[in-house]
Design a protein around this ligand. Structure first.
Ligand SMILES: *Cc1c(COP(=O)(O)O)cnc(C)c1O
Length: 402
């Protein structure tokens, strides 16, 4: 075996975040490959009958079957855990597989959860439509309002769930305050950190119990694969999440795991550059549109909170124009460089009209309550030269008569 320290926690936890992102979790085969290998195998063979017996009994570490474990997948899990500052991590086939697993692995019939209303659409489908079928009730609240969280607590409340910044309104939840409230009442807090990633925000440092991800977004960062992750204490991951996951099977493929693993090596660079680009584009748009919702601009109503809990505001923001859906669609149609796409976190800049895409399945009143207006556009800023993005937006606004 070649010298390698990526799996040795007594060494890797001494590394600073940038080093963890590049080398954390690396496991080398006897070939000594510098780039991590893709182990495209579903099963494993053993030298003797005692070995699988010991592994199945949990007396010896090692692979048994790729629904439970795979070397490429394990490298990714260890790297994400190190970057997050978590004791443990498990990855899933998509972000929604991660959110669903994080909820179902710890909730039972008769339990109650509180969810910030400005959550990802499918997350709200799970809390509003799926969980009630199993007698698990969810109360949606305005995530910005600590009193609303407090008022929603019941004797059977087991979980708080929120994302921050939230899609597409850029609502910010006070992670420290809401998670402290949860702790006080023996409630587990789960944070969907997809918009920021550990490069820009670390909820565990602010008291969150569990951090869940769509790794499809900034972690892959180049729009290639779907993936999800759940991070937390070793007890939560091993005794709640893992039994659920290994028996229900929302497993990530080794190939996708490898793609995300290599994506993480550049996450810090990309997240920082994309956030810087988004600030430049935001400063331009602020001079041209009536309303902008950008966590990095002092005009954001929760700017002070952003400064407190985010390392840097992210690469995604929204803005509103007069003229409703027609004007918003006209701007999208006039774009020459920026793509019309509802994805986010790509190195290519993408723009969407949430009311007619990501949030179209919600009732008009729910959309309105969340603040998703007909004139709102969301932009996920990539790695292009920001001046080219500004030029494109400028000509598109002009063409749309704005
Ligand atoms: C995309 C996204 C998800 C879902 O992730 P998938 O990988 O598409 O399943 C969940 N939460 C947030 C905030 C997202 O942006």
């Amino acid at each position: 075996m070649k010298k390698n320290t990526g799996q040795n926690r007594s060494i890797t936890t001494k590394w600073r975040p940038a080093t963890r992102a590049v080398r954390g979790g690396t496991w080398r085969s006897e070939q000594g490959e510098t780039s991590e290998a893709i182990f495209l195998t579903s099963g494993y063979s053993y030298d003797d009958a005692a070995t699988p017996a010991a592994r199945f009994a949990g007396e010896e570490p090692g692979m048994t079957y790729s629904r439970t474990q795979n070397p490429s997948v394990q490298m990714l899990e260890e790297r994400i855990a190190l970057m997050e500052g978590a004791e443990a991590c498990r990855v899933q086939a998509s972000g929604m597989a991660a959110m669903t697993a994080a909820m179902l692995c710890q909730l039972s019939a008769g339990d109650h959860l509180v969810v910030a209303q400005a959550a990802f659409g499918p997350t709200r489908w799970v809390t509003d439509n799926l969980l009630p079928r199993f007698a698990i009730e969810a109360t949606p609240v305005d995530g910005r309002d600590l009193d609303a969280w407090k008022a929603a607590i019941r004797p059977n409340t087991k979980m708080f769930f929120f994302e921050t910044p939230a899609n597409p309104t850029m609502d910010i939840v006070d992670v420290a305050a809401v998670c402290a409230l949860a702790r006080e009442h023996g409630i587990r807090s789960v944070v969907d950190n997809a918009f920021a990633t550990s490069a820009l925000q670390r909820p565990l440092e602010f008291g969150a119990d569990v951090v869940a991800y769509s790794a499809t977004k900034l972690m892959d960062g180049q729009g290639r694969v779907l993936a999800g992750a759940v991070c937390g204490s070793a007890d939560f991951i091993n005794n709640h999440l893992l039994p659920f996951q290994r028996n229900t099977g929302p497993t990530l493929s080794p190939f996708s795991a490898w793609v995300v693993l290599k994506g993480l090596e550049t996450l810090d660079l990309r997240a920082n550059r994309q956030a810087d680009n988004a600030l430049e584009v935001g400063r331009f748009l602020e001079t041209r549109v009536p309303r902008i919702l950008h966590p990095g601009l002092p005009s954001h109503p929760q700017f002070a909170l952003v400064q407190k809990q985010m390392i840097k505001p992210g690469s995604i923001f929204s803005f509103e124009i007069d003229g409703g859906r027609e004007a918003a669609h006209a701007i999208l149609d006039a774009l020459e460089l920026i793509d019309i796409s509802n994805n986010i976190g790509d190195s290519k800049t993408l723009m969407t009209h949430p009311a007619s895409t990501t949030h179209s399945s919600l009732a008009a009143e729910t959309r309105a309550a969340m603040g998703v207006t007909e004139g709102m556009l969301r932009i996920s800023v990539g790695l292009e030269d920001p001046q080219d993005l500004i030029d494109d937006l400028d000509q598109a606004l002009r063409k749309a008569g704005l």
